[in-house]
Design a protein around this ligand. Structure first.
Ligand SMILES: Nc1ncnc2c1ncn2[C@@H]1O[C@H](COP(=O)(O)OP(=O)(O)OP(=O)(O)O)[C@@H](O)[C@H]1O
Length: 251
């Protein structure tokens, strides 16, 4: 479903490559957590999967379509069905929860309709269903700026859900949340993942969360894939390789 073939990314003026000759593939049903120290290349990697970052060399193929040669407009079409959530949510604070969730439909609509804020009853129903799925329907008319971090991330998840995604990406979606809220968000993501039979890929710093929820863990170090396997294969030795000596202090 998702194939990365010898993918490298070099940012302009950067001395070193952020991703180095990375090859791997992901299929439906896999819940993948991506580990690695700060700067290891996790965000760059995840942005390659939906074409937000084009590789300097190599190829990314999603559902048999190579993203590498696509123009921005064609990439946008691919991204319509790839939900993404972020550490800082990327919501519009002054708009309501409902209005934010409806922005998830923008990729499939005519731009003037987005400008006018005109939504069909089908789109509104979809947004209500997404809000129910994240248990926020009673907050539909509340402004996002008045929500807690955990609630904001649930709005982010609802916004991604209205896209009818087949891939769900998370770039450190719980990094700003307390441990118990982080677990709740992961439980919700796993539940949605199973219900919708997605492929889910999430960058996370919390190793315990990755071990608890992932069906597969990959780890990056200096842009290289240094581990790819089942959570139970993540030994102390591997952990030391990923995080260096003294990683236990980060727990
Ligand atoms: N826009 C950019 N321009 C130049 N270099 C960049 C850019 N974005 C990231 N980098 C560099 O690429 C490398 C990988 O960065 P990336 O953000 O992918 O790492 P990360 O593992 O997600 O880090 P973190 O856990 O801190 O978010 C780093 O050395 C970073 O400084």
């Amino acid at each position: 479903m998702i194939v990365l073939e010898d993918v490298s990314v070099r940012y302009k003026k950067a001395e070193d490559e952020a991703i180095k000759s990375l090859s791997t593939s992901f299929r439906k049903g896999e819940f993948i957590c991506v580990l690695g120290k700060s700067g290891a290349g996790k965000s760059t990697f995840i942005r390659c999967v939906n074409g937000l970052q084009q590789p300097s060399s190599g190829e990314v193929v999603v559902n048999d379509v190579s993203l590498t040669t696509l123009k921005e407009e064609e990439l946008r079409k691919i991204r319509r069905n790839i939900g993404m959530i972020f550490q800082h949510y990327y919501l519009i604070p002054r708009l309501t929860v409902m209005q934010n969730v409806l922005t998830g439909t923008f990729g499939k609509r005519k731009p003037w309709k987005n400008l006018m804020g005109i939504f069909s009853s089908e789109e509104k129903e979809k947004a209500i269903a997404a809000l129910k799925a994240v248990e926020l329907e009673q907050f539909a008319d509340r402004r996002v700026e008045a929500l807690s971090g955990g609630q904001k991330q649930r709005v982010g998840i609802a916004r991604a859900l209205v896209q009818d995604p087949y891939i769900f990406l998370g770039d450190e979606p719980v990094a700003s949340l307390d441990p118990s809220t982080a677990i709740k968000i992961f439980k919700l993501l796993k539940q949605i993942h199973e219900e919708k039979e997605l492929v889910t890929i999430i960058n996370v710093h919390d190793v315990q969360l990755a071990k608890r929820f992932a069906t597969r863990i990959i780890a990056l170090k200096n842009g290289e894939l240094i581990f790819d396997g089942a959570p139970e294969l993540l030994t102390e030795e591997v952990m030391t390789e990923i995080y260096g000596e003294g990683y236990e202090e980060q727990k």
